[in-house]
Ligand binder design. Structure first.
Ligand code: ADP
Ligand code: MG
Length: 706
């Protein structure tokens, strides 16, 4: 027998063809299952009645009690409506109905003088408060009719639904009908031992109480169970995919530590940090395992990820393979290239640079070098993933600042070679552990949690426009002590022209206040010719310019240890992780560094909070957690760009991290016993995963992210 949950929603009594279509269009509900798993987004205590005078502009759903003192028809044609005035001892409000006018008028007439209980969401129309299509029942009837508990779920709705008579109450009734119909046939989705071990309530109980909670306690049991289940299956699916990949995919075996690695290592003029050593060890062990490496390297800005990547590339070279390091911007690719050349000066490791602006002639010789294998390491921008770039034996790929690359681009690099190369994805946007687990559940994660010694914490402060002169005095003081300063302007796609105007004006203002030849100011932005960009960048990097005026897009990863001041203009327009990234451009030398956030006078609550957080902490992971809490996972820098928005029905990655951890552990334990879920007792998991795949296709193929 077909599963009852797969039935089309129109077959639910009371719904029918027309409403069914509407539910599908408006709320994406097309089957019984969709409906059942559409949960209230909040609950209201229906035992409480508010006074009309208590309504505020921000009031959401509210319950009122009063008499209908007037009922009139307004407008005509499609705008025709019934307007009833509800009055209590504190004031009055209009109740507006577009549908069912006749029926409601009759009800009002019949119960003239009675108290009505009204429930709905106040809005404002033409300066007057009203409630459109509230539930409205005479007190005498409402107790008989209403569901017998006081906690009432509120479901998302749309104007179209409300206007077609699918009020919250009606929607609730559908749920009620549905539950009665399907409950006897609902199959448990978790095995007994898990339910017992993690203290979960049965699925039937959970589904009943999520829609119609008996009380707070039952509701929280229901929520817990459903969140656990959701996160458990998400983790199980990710980890299983990882197992499949591990079983299928072999990797080149790089066992040797040879001359290239040792050359670089012995020419460093500092000691690797403990964290860097630990990560290199992890990478070495992956590379020697015979399995393909898929590792995410997280480390705060300035923690020295580049060097780890480079040393790992040298390991590949020592074992006769080629390596490719891909950076998100040209400026950064060039910087990496130059650093590596300098580190390897005098060795016989051959490093090449390939970007969009590499000249034709050079391009030809690079192509040859890559095919023949005379080039050991290729550094570049996304130009390196073009189809005509062919390696002799690509063994290792590094993707720096991965959040700037699309999933698709990453997948392409990965398939550039017969045996998939080992892949290291580096991110400087610290992803909270919980989110990393969800998004990158199938990658191994390394963390550099230690900064090179001698770094002084960066002092961050916020200034307003009126304090600009103070800012300039301060920058001058720093420059006179031999330091340099960045001044960064926001660049937001939608208002690009305006942003450049800001930058240009800012640049003029700076050159006026910091006149040459005493002060030299360089400028770098996206609309410049490459040579000019390159020239100005170098001017600053070499210390010949004191100030670099730039847009935010340009500077990711730029390393100028002598810079001690980072000024961020219109700081309120940046996200938290971006602010932190920018700040990380300073504080790389031994000098005390400063980050100064210039803001406007009127800040939104969130902007204000971001600025405060920046001033309060230097810890990227802490900021990332806060960011996640403030914005939700789909919005986090980097996840959206890479197409990794995740759609969870009930869990919240930021708030449910404890449940996520438990669910993750549970999934790990199961897979440790049965890596591909082939045993008889794993049938239930297999069934659910299959269902998950059919009903909520995860848009991204997680196995190809790396
Ligand atoms: P990120 O992790 O942000 O990419 P980088 O790799 O750019 O950081 O490193 C930041 C700076 O720290 C560079 O100038 C690099 O040479 C330096 N550095 C890296 N590792 C060490 C170390 N162990 N000791 C001292 N300086 C280091
Ligand atoms: Mg970097």
């Amino acid at each position: 027998m077909a599963n009852i949950l797969e039935q089309e929603i129109k077959f639910l009594p009371g719904i029918g063809e027309k409403r069914g279509n509407l539910l599908t269009k408006e709320l994406n509900i097309s089957t019984f299952r969709d409906m059942l798993y559409t949960f209230p987004f909040k609950y209201i205590d229906r035992s409480k009645v508010y006074a009309i005078s208590e309504i505020e502009p921000t009031t959401a759903y509210i319950q009122l009690r009063g008499k209908i003192t007037e009922a009139r028809i307004e407008g005509n044609g499609p705008g025709k409506r019934l307007v009833c005035t509800l009055r209590d001892s504190s004031g009055s409000i209009d109740l507006v109905f577009f549908q069912g006018i006749k029926w409601i008028s009759e009800k009002v007439t019949k119960h003239k003088g009675d108290d009505f209980i009204v429930f709905g969401k106040p809005t404002e129309f033409n300066g007057r408060r009203n409630i459109v299509h509230p539930e409205m029942d005479p007190v005498s009837e409402s107790s008989r009719d209403s569901i017998p508990n006081t906690m009432v779920g509120v479901y998302s709705s749309t104007d179209k639904l409300r206007n077609s008579g699918i009020s919250i109450k009606v929607f609730s009734k559908f749920q009620h009908t549905l539950l009665e119909k399907v409950l006897p046939q609902i199959k448990e989705t978790l095995p007994d031992n898990i339910i017992r071990r993690y203290n979960l309530c049965p699925l039937k109980y959970a589904l009943t109480n999520i829609h119609f909670p008996k009380d707070m306690v039952s509701l929280s049991h229901a929520q817990h169970r459903l969140k656990f289940e959701e996160l458990f299956y998400l983790q199980l699916s990710l980890l299983k995919q990882k197992n499949i990949r591990m079983a299928a995919e072999c990797g080149q075996i790089f066992k040797k530590v040879g001359t290239a690695f040792n050359y670089c290592y012995s020419h460093l003029n500092f000691e690797l940090t403990g964290a860097q050593k630990k990560v290199i060890k992890e990478i070495r062990s992956d590379m020697a395992s015979g399995k393909g490496m898929n590792r995410l390297l997280q480390g705060d800005v300035g923690s020295g990820k580049t060097l780890v990547a480079f040393l790992s590339a040298l390991l590949a070279v020592d074992n006769g393979a080629q390596a490719c390091i891909m950076a998100p911007t040209e400026v950064l690719a060039i910087q990496h290239y130059k650093n590596f050349i300098k580190l390897m000066e005098g060795s016989n490791v051959n490093i090449a640079l390939l970007t969009g602006s590499t000249k034709k002639k050079e391009r030809v010789s690079i192509d040859t070098g890559l095919r023949e294998g005379s080039i050991d390491i290729l550094v570049g921008t996304h130009a390196v993933i073009e189809d005509n770039v062919v390696f002799k034996n690509l063994g290792f790929v590094v993707i720096d600042e991965q959040h700037r690359f699309g999933v698709d681009q990453r997948a392409r690099l990965r398939f550039k070679s017969g045996i998939a190369p080992h892949v290291l994805v580096m991110t400087a946007t610290p992803i909270p552990r919980t989110l990393a687990m969800t998004l990158y559940g199938d990658l191994d994660v390394s963390v550099i949690d230690e900064l090179p010694p001698g770094r002084k914490p960066i002092q961050t402060l916020a200034l307003k426009e009126s304090q600009r002169y103070k800012l300039y005095e301060f920058i001058k003081k720093e420059i006179n002590q031999g330091h340099q300063a960045f001044i960064v302007y926001p660049l937001i796609k939608e208002s690009e022209t305006m942003d450049y105007k800001n930058l240009e004006e800012g640049y003029l203002n700076i050159t006026e206040n910091f006149p040459a030849p005493e002060y030299i100011t360089a400028v770098v932005h996206g609309q410049q010719k490459n040579e000019n960009k390159q020239y100005d960048m170098e001017l600053f990097a070499k210390g010949r310019a004191h100030i670099l005026v730039a847009t935010s897009v340009i500077e990711v990863g730029v390393d100028v240890p002598n810079a001690s001041v980072m000024v961020i203009e219109s700081a309120e327009r940046f996200g938290l992780s971006q602010l932190h990234q920018l700040r990380g451009r300073v504080g790389r030398g031994a000098e005390k560094s400063y980050c100064i956030l210039m803001t406007g006078y009127k800040l939104s609550k969130e902007s204000k909070r971001r600025i405060e957080l920046m001033c309060a902490t230097n810890d990227g992971f802490e900021l990332a957690e806060e960011d996640l809490k403030m914005r939700g996972p789909g919005d986090l820098d980097g996840t959206r760009q890479s197409g990794l928005a995740i759609d969870l029905k009930i869990s919240n990655i930021a708030k449910d991290s404890l449940i996520l951890n438990t669910a993750r552990n549970a999934a790990e334990e199961i897979l440790a016993q049965d890596p591909l879920l082939e045993k008889q007792e794993s049938m239930i998991f297999k069934r659910e995963l299959q269902l998950l795949k059919e009903t909520t296709p995860i848009e991204i193929d997680y196995s190809k992210i790396s």
